[in-house]
Design a binder for this molecule. Structure first.
Ligand code: CP
Length: 301
């Protein structure tokens, strides 16, 4: 079975560091025709702006062509075709599949029913490993290291797949964590057990202001409206945190604010003009990291 990227745990520490190195090469040379003649499928069963467009741009910059869909209503899935049949069909046409799906485990299943590398571009509240690699790249770029970084994860730590993947990836690098969330959206027990088993320290708080001065990375997240079964519950939590520029007085000089985006109300626009805002550059980094992921999985890097 070819190498896929379904969970960040599919990549060893050495592979993660290799992707960092290749992404740096891609950033230095943004068009490399390594994949002339290859075809990349981008199958998005859920909405996306950054992930889909940066994967597609990455493929184009590597000289590959792209097919796919971003709306299942225009596909035979709307007639009842199964995920298995869809993946088997597409795998006849392309060299690698990038997919986002609302069901946890869908990308793993896809990798089991076809003979191509599959990249999980997000499966429900589970994993978003290419986001994690771009987060790591951005942490390395802003801090000059991955070791001994303190990350304050803020917001929806229950449903936010980006924080789950990032926590696991950072476990290779002696991190410290601060988890800032309301009680109902705290980091799930399975991820805290993961840290406990590795003696990785974390604290939990409900107050955003309390630990703003104690971190190198402030990782803001959106409350994941699409994961709430009760709309009233979402209404209760959607505005739980709002970071604005006036709150950044006592932060560390090296501190950078990351966010997987899209943001809704959790970072005010006045933060964009501070030296701490790094989320737009983080999104740009996604293109270089996704170039590195595609090239690596297809055996070109
Ligand atoms: N960060 C991220 O996954 O953004 P999109 O949902 O726009 O792809």
């Amino acid at each position: 079975m070819p190498k896929s990227l379904i969970s960040i745990r599919d990549f060893s520490k050495e592979e993660i560091l290799h992707i960092m190195e290749v992404a740096r090469e891609m950033e230095a040379n943004k068009s490399q025709k390594l994949l002339d003649g290859k075809v990349v499928a981008c199958l998005f069963f859920e909405p996306s702006t950054r992930t889909r467009l940066s994967f597609e741009t990455a493929a184009n910059r590597l000289g590959a062509r792209v097919i796919g869909f971003s709306d299942v209503t225009n596909t035979s899935i709307s007639k009842g075709e199964t995920l298995k049949d869809t993946i088997k069909m597409v795998s006849n046409y392309v060299d690698i599949i990038v997919m986002r799906h609302p069901l946890e485990g869908a990308a793993r299943y896809a990798s089991e029913v076809c003979d191509l590398p599959v990249v999980n571009a997000g499966d429900g509240a589970n994993q978003h490993p290419s986001q994690t690699l771009l987060d790591l790249y951005t942490i390395l770029q802003t801090q000059g290291r991955l070791e001994n970084v303190t990350i304050n994860m803020v917001g929806d730590l229950k449903y936010g797949r980006t924080v789950h993947s990032l926590l696991q990836a950072m476990s290779h690098f002696n991190p410290n964590f601060i988890f800032t969330a309301p009680d109902a959206l705290r980091m799930p027990e399975e991820y805290k057990s993961f840290l406990d088993n590795r003696s990785i320290p974390y604290i939990e708080t409900g107050s955003l202001q309390e630990h703003l001065g104690d971190c190198d990375i402030l990782y803001m997240t959106r409350v994941q409206q699409e994961r709430f079964s009760d709309p009233m519950e979402y209404e209760k939590y959607k505005d739980v945190y709002r970071l604005d520029a006036s709150m950044l007085g006592g932060v560390r000089e090296n501190m950078k604010i990351l966010h997987p985006l899209p943001r809704v109300g959790e970072i005010a626009a006045d933060v964009d003009d501070t030296p701490y805002a790094y989320y737009f550059k983080q999104a740009e980094n996604g293109m270089y990291v996704r170039m590195a992921i595609i090239a690596y999985l297809l055996g070109y890097k």
